[in-house]
Design a binder for this molecule. Structure first.
Ligand code: UDP
Length: 244
């Protein structure tokens, strides 16, 4: 298996996917001195990629893959790696803080028009000097138009919240046009920043039960998440047994 920048990273293999085992703080430091695609991986994405080799390639060609959720954290633990999760929504926010501090330019792509607008406004009211050079909702027909607009403003940090796997494919195509930028797929984070979706209370986050809260508050997620989780868990146990 070939992973990107392997010498420089802190990678372990999980079911054929390279996952970086940085702490949250080290992940931020690493990103600040690198560029490329960051994938926030979870069991659903892995199960999808197992059936879609293009997505698997995109993940394994990314410059960084962080364990977004508790599912991947537990999977890594079963395989003998003690790693804390790096939630995309928190990582995205920290990168925005750094961009604000270092006067780097930022682009937001994704979510419904009113959601991305509200998310950008809320972030700007918190990070007054943030240089937002581009924002666009996530419901467009033509990637090329957005790519051209992004290329012309050449942001240092590109946040893409189109859901998976759309955002992963979008970023992997964009990579060659913005070779010096950091690009991260952030799922439903703009909805959280806009206040359209509530983040789970801290106690759920601490107990690693954010998925449970989100499933209770958005029952339609259950159908999406549920089949992937037991299959993922079985595969992880199988891999552990085989590697003993
Ligand atoms: N979305 C989008 N364009 C699309 C489909 C989805 O911008 O064509 C947005 C959607 O509005 C939401 C996000 O992508 O803001 C996906 O959120 P979800 O919670 O489904 O993603 P997850 O975090 O589970 O990957």
């Amino acid at each position: 298996m070939w992973y990107n920048n392997i010498m420089d990273r802190n990678l372990v293999d999980m079911l054929g996917y390279g996952v970086d085992t940085f702490s949250f703080e080290d992940a931020v430091e690493y990103i600040m001195s690198h560029h490329g695609q960051i994938v926030t991986i979870n069991p659903e994405m892995i199960e999808y990629a197992n059936k879609n080799s293009d997505l698997k390639k995109v993940i394994n060609n990314a410059e960084m893959v962080v364990p977004d959720g508790i599912g991947v954290q537990i999977g890594l633990k079963i395989l003998g790696h003690n790693v804390k999760r790096v939630p995309g929504v928190d990582l995205g926010k920290e990168l925005l803080k750094r961009a604000n501090y270092q006067k780097k330019s930022v682009a937001f792509i994704g979510a419904k028009p009113e959601v991305v607008k509200k998310a950008v406004n809320n972030i700007k009211s918190e990070l007054a000097d943030l240089n937002v050079v581009y924002s666009h909702d996530g419901y467009f027909e033509n990637n090329l138009e957005i790519f051209n607009e992004l290329k012309s403003c050449s942001p240092d940090l590109v946040l893409v919240a189109l859901g998976s796997p759309k955002q992963e494919f979008f970023i992997s195509e964009l990579k060659s046009l913005l070779p010096d930028s950091v690009m991260i797929g952030l799922g439903g984070s703009f909805d959280v920043w806009a206040g359209a979706v509530k983040r789970a209370p801290v106690i759920y986050q601490k107990l690693g039960l954010e998925w449970l809260y989100r499933t209770i508050t958005e029952p339609k997620r259950f159908k999406r998440i549920f089949p992937a989780l037991p299959i993922f868990a079985l595969k992880v146990f199988k891999e552990r047994l085989l590697n003993k």
